[in-house]
Ligand binder design. Structure first.
Ligand code: BGC
Length: 763
């Protein structure tokens, strides 16, 4: 390894504070929140921003490193797998001869800085009283965005006053409760999961320099190191540890060799090379996905924070995993994947990182057999995706939970929340619209759409009234269970069937051989497609042409209408205020439902009824889900209500960024973060993807002087700027062939040489 000297640079945060998230001081009860907010992740490894052990303070929660896809069931009879945390590879103890150095840390001096630009977490603290040494301790940690198996930790001790022997011990936290030890060697340890036959290996190397001179460890054990030396004023001590983590889907006796290879490659780069490549990978991500706002510092910070976590949540090289509801930042929801991914996150990836979007959809393709099995087990055809999905795609929604009143509650989402099967199809189609990735459509996407269309055609039963009904479901509004004809579910089901027919026609026309193979393999013939056509036309919509309203489900309008304004000051969700049973008898909605349909399928709302429905359902929504405000913000922005949208935008941002809202110890709310990006791009800029180009319908909030971002569309890179003063829109084509851009229904040809510059379009 390279000796210290330039550590200073590595430990110095980016100069522009707009790229930094900072906290100072220490409060035990807020630590868990910090750990979530300051998490680092590369889509394979996720590490919470836990307090470094060397501060000697007690911990509120154990440190956590998550490895994507490392699932196991907690007990032999449990059907609900959860992400198993890996050994804490950051554990360090700094000891005086008679105990920890940080016996009396100066807690006020503790500082945490998440450098969003560089993708590193920096920490700082001081020991200045009641000890023989005054020491400043600074540290850096990262999980490499360039080599995802690799994590790195650096610690620097600046000895300010005093002379004493000092020991630095670098160890690994225990995991034997969650994982069974398999191998323990000097540079490598391997474990297996107790029940799911997965294996995990960690190879590691560590080094310490005192005043630039490398020291051999005084003691050495399996993945543990200890150095003892005499500290004196002016001394600079540097410690670095590099780990390489690998996960295997079977119990593989060679599981350590890949970890060792990854470690050797990282060591060959040296820590400076490793940081340089990691930062270059982040620079590339920011080049594609940074959103710049002038005039609203809080919104700028929120969008950077959102893009930071979104970029860190995926691994484009791994189609075995998807993004969980809390990404790789916390225990809540056990690492399970929901509709959050396709509806709230995928557009960000499709338009800024298509390779990542493709990997997420390939996860759905890989889990298609489990979705088919679920549909068949429930007596339907095609594919019904799991409401909560882990590694195999089998349904893993827990069947019961403990309610706020400490009573056991049944959870029906696993059997009834079926709109997921349309949401996945929606994600596939949107990715196709954004990328025209033919290989993906032919190899995977078409099959997902056809099998989900087939599910809906079999699911919607024809009844004597001549309509097809989808009974006994849960829509996005989970306060109401076992409902019939949920407007969102039925609308998305009709849409999925229509896309199934469109995909079938597209394959027949453009790739007849692909169609011949696929239709034969799926046993899909003309009569069945005819039946889809009929089903797509006759599924009940719940739309009332007189009022212009979609009824959220059959009988919704007859339920008690509760005035939510009367509960404005509440600090708990409405279902807790009213109780579960009463809530079910009211029109109180957990989250955007008809409003979500309006966002996803605005064309299903005849003239002007979008506003009618928004105005009807918005006041009935209690926002009991973290997804809700983002969806309302997006809907409001698309309706041109920029100030309402901005209010929702800031409320959504506050979920993870302000301590005044729900506790976030269980992990970041990645869907809400995706929703911020959606509100900015699809909402305020009013982006729409069309078969023949892209369209903009800008509505900038008054406080935003400008909004600037990049998106990729079908092999092109576009840079977009909205300007408040001129109500202007500028679209530049940075790479790729010319395209058509629609603004206010008017077509504009845009090429590299001829950007689009319009004024007076932002109203
Ligand atoms: C929401 C769901 C969401 C899940 C995971 C629930 O509270 O109601 O819509 O998918 O959380 O984020």
């Amino acid at each position: 390894m390279i000796v210290s000297g330039t550590m200073e640079q590595a430990l110095t945060p980016t100069a522009d504070p707009a790229w930094l998230l900072r906290e100072t001081g220490y409060e035990l009860l807020r630590e868990s929140t910090f750990e979530t907010r300051f998490a680092i992740s590369n889509g394979f490894l996720g590490v919470r921003g836990g307090l470094a052990t060397h501060l000697g303070a007690c911990r509120a929660v154990p440190p956590r490193t998550y490895v994507a896809g490392l699932f196991d069931t907690p007990t032999p009879d449990s059907a609900v797998p959860e992400l198993v945390p890996a050994a804490d590879w950051l554990e360090v103890r700094i000891l005086l001869p008679d105990g920890p150095l940080m016996r009396h840390p100066d807690r006020a001096s503790r500082g945490l800085t998440l450098d969003l630009k560089r993708g590193v977490l920096l920490a700082e603290s001081r020991q200045t009283s009641n000890a023989p040494l005054d020491v400043r301790v600074r540290s850096l940690r990262l999980v490499s965005l360039d080599a995802r198996a690799v994590g790195m930790q650096m610690i620097e001790l600046d000895i300010e006053t005093g002379v004493s022997d000092l020991t630095l011990e670098a160890t690994f936290g225990p995991t034997d409760f969650e994982l069974a030890p398999e191998r323990a060697e000097l540079d490598l340890r391997a474990w297996r999961t107790w029940r799911s036959a997965r294996s995990l290996a960690i190879a590691a190397a560590a080094a310490l320099q005192v005043d630039g001179m490398e020291r051999q460890p005084t003691e050495r054990g399996d993945l543990t190191w200890s150095w003892t030396w005499t500290a004196s004023p002016g001394q600079v001590v540097s410690f670095q540890r590099i780990v390489a983590v690998t996960r295997h889907h079977s119990l593989d006796v060679h599981s350590g060799s890949r970890a060792r290879k990854e470690l050797a490659a990282a060591r060959a780069l040296g820590w400076r090379g490793l940081i340089a490549r990691h930062e270059a990978a982040w620079a590339e991500r920011w080049r594609s996905s940074d959103v710049r706002i002038e005039g609203d510092t809080a919104a700028q910070a929120a969008l950077r924070f959102a893009a930071y976590h979104l970029n860190g949540a995926v691994n484009p090289a791994d189609p075995h995993v998807s993004v969980a509801a809390r990404a790789l930042t916390g225990d809540d929801y056990r690492g399970h994947v929901f509709w959050d991914t396709e509806i709230f996150l995928l557009p960000f990836y499709s338009l800024t990182w298509p390779e990542a979007a493709r990997a997420l959809l390939m996860y759905r393709f890989r889990t298609l057999p489990a979705a088919r099995a679920k549909a068949a087990a429930m007596g339907w055809r095609g594919a019904l995706y799991a409401w909560e999905s882990a590694d195999t795609g089998a349904e893993v929604t827990p069947e019961q939970t403990v309610g706020p009143d400490r009573k056991i509650l049944d959870i029906l989402c696993g059997s009834q929340e079926q709109h997921i099967s349309a949401d996945v199809a929606y994600g596939v189609w949107q990715y196709w619209q954004a990328t025209e990735d033919e290989a993906f459509l032919r190899e995977a996407g078409a099959e997902i759409i056809l099998e989900t269309a087939r599910f809906w055609a079999s699911r919607a039963a024809l009844e004597p009234d001549g309509l097809r009904h989808i009974r006994t479901v849960i829509g996005p509004d989970e306060y109401h269970e076992g409902v019939d004809d949920n407007a969102y579910t039925n609308g998305m089901a009709r849409w999925t069937i229509a896309r199934g027919l469109e995909v079938a026609a597209l394959l027949q026309e453009r790739w007849p051989e692909t169609w011949a193979c696929l239709s034969q393999r799926l046993g899909l013939d003309g009569p069945e497609l005819g039946q889809w056509q009929e089903a797509g036309r006759t599924i009940a919509t719940g739309f009332d042409p007189v009022t212009g309203l979609f009824e959220q489900f059959g009988g919704f309008s007859t339920l008690e209408d509760v005035d939510l304004k009367a509960y404005a000051g509440r600090s708990v969700p409405m279902d807790v205020v009213l109780g579960r049973e009463r809530t079910q008898r009211t029109q109180v909605i957990k989250q955007a439902d008809v409003v979500a349909l309006l966002v996803l399928l605005p064309e299903t709302f005849p003239d002007g009824t979008g506003v009618t429905n928004f105005d009807h359902y918005e006041p009935r929504c209690g926002h009991g889900s973290s997804l809700s405000r983002a969806m309302h913000g997006l809907a409001a922005a698309r309706l041109g209500r920029a100030e309402t949208a901005l209010r929702y935008f800031h409320q959504s941002a506050a979920i993870d960024l302000a301590d005044t809202h729900v506790a976030i110890g269980g992990g970041i709310h990645i869907a809400a973060l995706g929703g911020l990006w959606l509100t900015a791009i699809f909402g305020f800029a009013g982006l729409s993807l069309r078969p023949d180009g892209v369209a903009f319908d800008p509505h900038l909030p008054a406080a935003w002087r400008s909004l600037e971002f990049r998106v990729q569309w079908r092999g092109r890179q576009l840079s977009v700027t909205l300007d408040q003063a001129t109500q202007g829109l500028r679209v530049s084509l940075e790479s790729g062939p010319p395209l058509t851009v629609f603004v206010g229904g008017i077509k504009h040809a845009v090429s590299g040489a001829a950007p689009l510059r319009l004024e007076g379009v932002g109203g």
